[in-house]
Design a binder for this molecule. Structure first.
Ligand code: GLN
Length: 536
């Protein structure tokens, strides 16, 4: 039977609930358990696909093409759990399903209400995941902060579920903040007391408190929290701030969080071993030998979360090459103002990530020109491939004003454009080319050598495509098409023949990179950037 861990958050947002859940997942996997993780998001959008990064941060894409919350990225990076559309529930998705049933007449004669209809639907979706994968443990993260109006139906659903499942089959973990007040030189437990009080008001008594803190918690403070929150003293667990997120499973293990969970869930497992994780991930991340500086050119660079998986995958490239990757976040519009040389002359590699809309496009194109002409390793991802093609068409093939029809509908040279079938689509939600698609790589290409095989599968999220009408023209001038889809011949990868390392792909390799198994393109990009740094 599958056991459940429900994780809620209190006091403030941004406490790192997703990373905490992922770390618990890793800890339990190391005990030999089969673990799945699921995120419940209280907003009314059906999925985050239609939200911009200011609202939501990165949209994480799964193999099956679901546009999901970025916490699923943490789940996949820390554990071997393969996520899909079932791993992310939103209020929008739940209501959409209940309202469709109501229109169909499924509840004929009845009044459709939050309790039981919405809560039943939530419980159904939570249980569905366990049925699918025969998991030992499912960790369910409830988004938002306790006290929010929006998350109430989810909290009510997990309250009911725990009763249905039985005491030893489900537990509640509450992640909270225990702030340190500098002026008083004191650690304060009151916000945690209030947060737990709020949870108890709705019938949830946490079993474990995971306390985010910048200072170690004394036994006395833990005892006070335990007393006021009605939790056993052993179950007040310190989650101290760390610089390296991949350390967190080890920190939790030191706090014996795994043993506390297993005891509460009545699970007996072999002794756990995080040695590989420590050796292959944490050590090289903390004390690397080399250093390399990579520019990421975006338009949301002031946001921490907008390019989350890109930043993580770059760090994985660093781990694989024993290097610390310093990321220089460059605003594409600043390049438009100041020029590429003024902003990029100190970097060893340049990456243009995915994106939508015309703002900053010319800055990205300038950066790519700078990388091409100065033989700086360049890695283009999705929009970063489309802009690389535009740059090549304009500045190498002389097709002035070449563009994507996303940015200039009347361009004389639409080197990036919509396919006929995309033109017919009216709805914007969930209608892009999404999820896993295969590509065949050209033997002998840089890309082929990086992967070490000719058939690959990668995750996509885009509407526009390389326009094959321009293929011959661009190839003639030295653009190498190194990967295409097997059936339609859509361009998946390009490289430059006359350049040490220039690869751009239409897909998102960052979603399949892990700290202990770096994606080959990130590994090779960092390797090439390091090589350049050493040679100059
Ligand atoms: N805006 C481009 C498209 O829709 C690129 C998308 C992306 O970079 N994810 O095709």
């Amino acid at each position: 039977m599958t056991k459940y861990i429900f994780v809620t958050g209190g006091v403030v947002s941004s406490l790192g609930k997703g990373i905490a859940c992922a770390s618990i997942g890793r800890l339990l996997e190391s005990k030999g358990l089969k673990v799945a993780l699921q995120k419940c998001d209280p907003y009314i959008n059906v999925d985050p696909g239609t939200m911009n990064p200011y609202q939501h941060g990165e949209v994480y894409v799964t193999d099956d093409g679901a546009e999901t919350d970025l916490d699923l990225g943490h789940y996949e990076r820390f554990t071997s759990c393969a996520t899909s559309k079932e791993n992310n529930i939103t209020t929008g998705k739940i209501y959409y399903s209940v309202i469709s049933k109501e229109r169909r007449g499924d509840y004929l004669g009845g009044t459709v209400q939050v309790i039981p209809h919405i809560t039943d639907e939530i419980k159904h979706h939570i249980r569905l995941l366990a049925k699918k994968g025969k998991y030992d443990v499912v960790i369910v993260e409830i988004g938002g902060t306790v006290g929010d109006i929006e998350s109430l139906p989810f909290l009510e659903a997990i309250r009911q579920l725990r009763l249905e499942l039985g005491r030893n089959n489900a537990i509640n973990i509450h992640l909270t903040l225990v702030p340190y007040i500098r002026a008083a030189d004191e650690i304060k437990t009151k916000p945690t007391q209030h947060s737990v009080g709020k949870l108890r008001e709705i019938g949830i008594q946490p079993d474990i408190l995971l306390c985010r803190t910048e200072k170690p918690l004394s036994k006395k403070v833990k005892a006070k929290i335990a007393l006021f929150c009605n939790v056993e003293e052993d179950s007040v667990v310190q989650a101290i701030d760390v610089n390296e997120i991949y350390q967190i499973p080890l920190i939790f293990k030191q706090e014996r969080l795994d043993e506390i969970i297993l005891k509460l869930l009545n699970l007996k497992c072999k002794d756990n071993d995080l040695k590989d994780w420590e050796k292959n991930v944490v050590k090289p991340a903390i004390s690397p030998k080399y250093e390399v500086k990579i520019a990421v050119i975006g338009k949301y660079i002031e946001l921490q979360d907008a390019y989350k998986s890109i930043y993580e995958a770059l760090r994985h490239g660093g781990i694989a090459n024993n290097a610390k990757v310093e990321i220089k976040k460059v605003d594409a519009e600043v390049i438009e103002e100041k020029g590429a040389c003024a902003t990029l002359s100190d970097v060893d590699g340049i990456l243009v990530p995915g994106g939508f809309g015309v703002r900053g496009i010319e800055g990205k194109i300038n950066a790519i020109r700078y990388a091409r002409e100065n033989r700086i390793p360049y890695f283009g991802i999705c929009l970063g491939m489309q802009t690389a093609v535009i740059e090549f068409a304009r500045n190498v093939c002389g097709l002035k004003k070449a563009n994507s029809t996303e940015f200039d509908k009347t361009t004389p040279y639409p080197v990036i454009s919509l396919l006929e079938e995309q033109k017919k689509i009216k709805n914007l939600g969930g209608t892009m080319r999404l999820g896993l698609w295969s590509a065949i790589l050209k033997r002998g290409s840089l890309t082929f050598r990086a992967y070490g095989k000719s058939h690959i599968e990668e995750r996509h999220r885009h509407r526009y495509e390389f326009n094959n009408e321009f293929k011959a023209r661009l190839e003639k001038e030295g653009l190498l098409i190194s990967g295409i889809t097997p059936k339609q011949g859509l361009v998946e990868l390009v490289e430059l023949k006359a350049h040490p390392w220039f690869i751009a792909c239409q897909f998102h390799p960052e979603f399949r990179s892990k700290p202990d198994k770096c994606h080959p393109l990130f590994r090779e990009f960092i390797k090439a950037s390091l090589k350049r740094r050493k040679s100059i």
